[in-house]
Write a new protein. Structure first.
Length: 152
């Protein structure tokens, strides 16, 4: 994560903050996610049955792709100097645009959409995040992700 001074935040609004490294979403990860979430729909875990769908094979759960934003932010997000704690504050918007086939590589592209000081030492950052799929024009998802950082 890139560390920035509070005084720099507003100048970064409307800019691309960073892009994460590529991350492979393999079938083992999809299967584990299915077990954790109890979502065993065949399009995620049954490779033979999934071949007969328009997807042509198994695909990652949309929520699995969304959950990777935390991983992606490690290399592409912002940390305010002197931060004591950061918390996931939620989402304004999430749209799943394209399936992520098993074995695909994905990455997150982060744009800082807004920064609001809610209280002294408490900043709400909104990122527009696009999850790209290697070799595909259409992204897997776009989201407006809210992150609260506490410096005081």
């Amino acid at each position: 994560m890139k560390t920035v001074a509070v005084s720099e935040l507003q100048s970064l609004v409307g800019t691309e903050i960073g892009t994460s490294d590529w991350f492979t979403v393999d079938q083992d990860r999809i299967n584990v996610f299915a077990d954790v979430t109890e979502d065993h729909q065949f399009i995620h875990i049954n490779e033979e049955a999934a071949k007969m769908t328009p997807f042509g094979g198994t695909i990652a759960h949309g929520f699995l792709t969304l959950s990777l934003l935390s991983k992606f932010s490690e290399g592409a997000g912002l940390v305010i100097e002197g931060v004591k704690m950061g918390v996931n504050y939620g989402f304004e918007k999430v749209r799943f645009l394209a399936p992520v086939p098993s074995g695909s590589k994905v990455r997150g592209r982060f744009n800082l959409k807004s920064v609001v000081e809610k209280k002294p030492g408490q900043h709400l950052l909104t990122y527009e995040v696009t999850v790209e799929i290697d070799g595909q024009e259409k992204p897997a998802l776009i989201a407006d992700w809210l992150a609260m950082q506490f410096t005081g």
